[in-house]
Design a binder for this molecule. Structure first.
Ligand code: CMX
Length: 135
C-alpha cells in the first residue's frame, strides 16, 4: 500500500556543488553524502519534513544514472519515490498487474539498507518511480 511521497531525486553532475547551491541560494541543509555501492551512486538528502530531496551523482561510469546524465549534462529530475508499507508486497502486486519492476527479482537497497524497488518509466506514465519501505 502506498502511504506517501518519500523523496524526489535530482541527478547532478557534481554533488558537492549542488549541495552548496541549495545551501547558499535556498538556505536548505543538505545532509552528509553517502555511497550506495549497489546502486552505483553517491547521494545526499535535504529533509523537508514531509518528504526529502535526494541529490544523486554517478559513482562509477556504468552507474544506472550515467546514461541520464549523458542525456541531461546539467542534471535534472530523475525519479520520485513513493513510501510503501512493504516493498515485497507492493512489488508483487504491481508485477501481477503487468508493470515491470526492475532488478530481476533481486532485492535492492537504499544507502541506509532499506528495501527499495524501481518501476520502469514505461509503466508509470513516462516517469521513473521508486518504492521504498517505511516503517
Ligand atoms: N525518467 C523517465 N524515463 C527514463 C528515465 C528517467 N529517469 N531514465 C530512462 N528513461 C527512459 C529512457 O528515455 C528510455 O526510453 P525509450 O526506451 O523510450 O528510449 C528508457 O527509459 C530506457 O532508458 P535507458 O537509459 O536505456 O535505461 P536502462 O534500461 O539502462 O535502465 C533505468 C533502466 C532507467 C530504470 C535505470 O537505469 C535507472 O535509472 N534505475 C534507477 C537507479 C537509481 O536511481 N538508483 C539510485 C537509488 C538511490 C535511492 O533512491 O535510494
Amino acid at each position: 500500500m502506498i502511504t506517501g511521497l518519500a523523496h524526489v531525486a535530482i541527478v547532478v553532475p557534481n554533488l558537492d556543488a549542488a549541495a552548496a547551491r541549495l545551501r547558499d541560494v535556498y538556505g536548505l541543509a543538505v545532509g552528509e553524502a553517502h555511497l550506495n555501492e549497489q546502486q552505483g551512486v553517491r547521494l545526499a538528502y535535504v529533509d523537508l519534513g514531509n518528504a526529502r530531496i535526494e541529490l544523486l551523482e554517478p559513482a562509477r561510469p556504468d552507474s544506472p544514472v550515467s546514461k541520464f546524465l549523458d542525456r541531461n549534462p546539467k542534471g535534472g529530475i530523475h525519479h520520485f519515490c513513493l513510501a510503501v508499507d512493504s516493498v515485497e508486497a507492493s512489488a508483487a502486486e504491481i508485477s501481477a498487474k503487468g508493470a515491470a519492476v526492475l532488478g530481476g527479482g533481486q532485492p535492492q537497497f537504499n544507502a541506509h539498507g532499506g528495501r527499495i524497488a524501481f518501476v520502469h518509466p514505461k509503466d508509470f506514465l513516462g516517469a521513473l518511480v521508486e518504492i521504498e519501505e517505511q516503517g
